[in-house]
Design a protein around this ligand. Structure first.
Ligand code: ATP
Length: 273
């Protein structure tokens, strides 16, 4: 076990039970129960509007939900996003742009600056900033120590995506929820990205991966949950998922469940849901 991540191999990290989110008349998440253990990469897939981002919002405290969210056995469903972050869960955002005029290390430092009046006063009094070793550790985890002093524009797109992941890994993250972290990568870059994700998970961190790149998801995930209209319609290993008639029906007409294409052709749009 890494002393930075404090997760025993195979330890259950995230568990949701009966997690539901209602937006007006839309049930965006309905009774979702999933688990992610230390060292695992768990996929969460589904057509556009199926409720994947809503699930990440609910788990991390950015939207109101009912049901239970536990991290290493501690209930967090009433906790603020900041408390959940401090407890060890972190997320990336779909439009997770980097600051182009800051270095890679500065991009990570900015992401973990504490907020609020008390933090501001402590900043003024102590000149506090995140310890350099926590930033270094996150960069080691994604294999980017060598480019800490470069600006994002000097990196490949794949490296930039990994900086986005590293931002979420700063500060003892045990569970990371990645919302389409590989968007825009070509097949080769996406494969390399998958290798880095596996290295991160091998340190004991639990990874929840949402992505429309089915080749990536099916290649790198230990197991996969499939959402449709806010409900889990299937769960299993990548090969079990591929053979599941409910999954094929949910993706009807789209090639991604055959793992031959990087792009999704969703059955229904957000407007339909
Ligand atoms: P995508 O693959 O396109 O990112 P998704 O699976 O992440 O889609 P969500 O964005 O979670 O799906 O949306 C689930 C449903 O909830 C959709 O019907 C969407 O229109 C609705 N929804 C999402 N966010 C809100 C919101 N803030 N207010 C109202 N409805 C919302």
């Amino acid at each position: 076990m890494s002393d930075m991540t404090l997760v025993a191999p195979g330890e259950r990290l995230l568990e949701t039970t009966g997690l539901s989110v209602q937006y007006g008349g839309v049930t965006a998440n309905s009774d979702i129960g999933i688990t992610v253990s230390g060292g695992e990469i768990v996929g969460l897939i589904g057509p556009n509007g199926a409720g994947k981002t809503t699930f990440v919002d609910a788990v991390t405290g950015f939207t109101r939900s009912t049901g239970a969210v536990t991290l290493q056995g501690s209930r967090l469903d009433n906790a603020s996003p900041h408390r959940r972050r401090r407890a060890g869960m972190a997320r990336t955002w779909q439009a997770g742009e980097l600051f182009t005029d800051l270095t890679v290390a500065q991009n990570l430092a900015v992401a973990v600056q504490p907020v609020g009046l008390r933090a501001m006063l402590s900043d003024v009094v102590n000149g506090s900033k995140p310890p350099a070793e926590t930033i270094d550790h996150a960069l080691v985890l994604v294999g980017l120590s060598d480019v800490a002093d470069r600006r994002p524009g000097e990196l490949t797109l794949g490296q930039q995506k990994l900086v986005g992941v590293a931002r979420a890994l700063v500060g003892g993250t045990r569970l990371v929820l990645l919302d389409e972290p590989a968007a825009g990568l070509d097949t080769h870059e996406s494969k390399e990205f998958g290798v880095e994700l596996r290295r991160i998970a091998d340190t004991g961190i639990g990874v929840l991966l949402i992505d429309h790149d089915m080749s990536l998801v099916l290649e790198v995930c230990d197991h996969v949950y499939v959402l449709d209209f806010g409900k889990v319609i299937a769960h299993g290993t990548p090969s079990e998922i591929l053979g599941d008639p409910a999954v094929v029906a949910a993706y009807l007409g789209s090639p991604e469940v055959e793992a031959t294409d990087n792009h999704s052709a969703p059955r229904h749009s957000k407007e339909d849901s």
